[in-house]
Design a protein around this ligand. Structure first.
Ligand code: NAP
Length: 297
């Protein structure tokens, strides 16, 4: 690692909480292996201080920031520019210096897409089931539309929220692309060999014994169960998917790739597959040693 000097660039994570973040591990390792003179630190930002934090970062010439819960949408008000994909998703997790301020990007969804490709999960022309209708589920729906899925089935505990997301996505698609259901209504979804993207927070540490759906009849129809949760390494949803013959993935690769894409935006460096794989192993190991309790970056 470069010893910080007068040329060192600073990047960081703003959010609340940030204490259990894996991003400093990911970003400082990337700076080390690519030889960039850059440090990355977590910055807890109190409610009400978001604008001051972005202005402060700008005043101190920070190269970039990651943004996590609960500021991914609120930060948009303080940007000089926004990338069209981030605008469509309505959430920004990466700020990059630009003339007059910061430009906001969403690297979560390109990160998920890269992770799925790496794991050989096909999206194009496929019907995809999404569990959840929160911020991430909505972003996943946009990504699936952009990547040519045939259609999506959104299931959520609060069915009205699933309906609102489906309506919005159908508006973007200009055709009936998304359908909404209550979580327990999976019996109404046609077909089998599903790709299911688990985008609820159910099963996240410390509630590791929970899954959003328990019924074997659901899991028998799952071909790939892709959980966006990265702690624990194997969620109950993943266990059930495997028990009934499906393939299961967790959210660690998405976490790693959203960080790699942010780093590439800040530095212009290209990160190799070998480094990405090494980071995947390191992050998995770090998560196993230090159970995270909330931060999603
Ligand atoms: P969010 O906006 O708070 O949404 C939470 C979702 O979980 C909602 O659909 C909610 O349903 C559902 N839910 C919560 N408790 C439930 C319960 N007891 N039973 C059934 N459904 C329940 O959260 P988010 O920001 O979208 O994040 C969702 C997940 O994505 C989190 O687990 C997070 O760790 C993960 N994530 C991963 C990465 C990564 O890099 N791998 C990045 C970001 C997020 P209601 O609408 O009914 O409340």
């Amino acid at each position: 690692m470069h010893t910080p000097d007068g040329h060192t660039r600073t990047c960081g994570l703003i959010g609340n909480p940030v204490a259990h973040t894996q991003s400093p591990l990911i970003q400082n390792h990337l700076a080390y292996v690519t030889g960039q003179n850059l440090v990355y630190l977590p910055f807890p930002v109190a409610y009400g201080d978001l604008e001051a934090a972005v202005r402060g970062a700008l005043a101190m010439d920070f190269l970039g920031l990651n943004v996590t819960v609960p500021y991914k949408s609120d930060v948009i008000a303080y940007l000089a520019e926004i990338d069209p994909l981030a605008e469509r998703i309505g959430a920004v997790n990466t700020l990059v210096r630009c003339p007059g301020g910061y430009k906001g990007y969403n690297t979560d969804m390109p990160g998920l897409y890269r992770a799925m490709r790496q794991e050989g999960v096909e999206i194009a022309d496929r019907d995809v089931v999404i569990l959840g209708a929160g911020g991430v589920a909505r972003a996943v729906a946009v990504m699936l539309l952009d990547q040519g899925a045939a259609g999506i089935h959104i299931l959520n505990r609060t069915a009205d929220k699933a309906r609102a997301v489906a309506e919005e996505i159908n508006g973007m698609a200009g055709r009936p692309f998304a359908r909404a259901y209550a979580l327990e209504d999976y019996g109404q979804i046609p077909g089998e060999n599903w790709l299911v993207i688990q985008a609820t927070s159910v099963g996240m540490h410390p509630h590791v014994e929970q899954a959003p759906i328990e019924d074997p009849a659901f899991y028998r129809r799952v071909e790939t169960g892709y959980d966006l949760i990265f702690n624990p390494e194997t969620t109950r949803f993943m266990e059930l998917t495997r028990e009934y013959g499906g393939r299961a993935c967790n959210g660690v690769r998405m976490l790693v790739y959203q960080g790699i894409i942010a780093f590439e935006l800040w530095t212009g460096a290209a990160v190799s597959q070998e480094v990405a794989d090494e980071l995947y192993r390191m992050t998995t190991q770090a998560l196993a040693q230090q159970p995270s309790k909330g931060a999603d970056q």
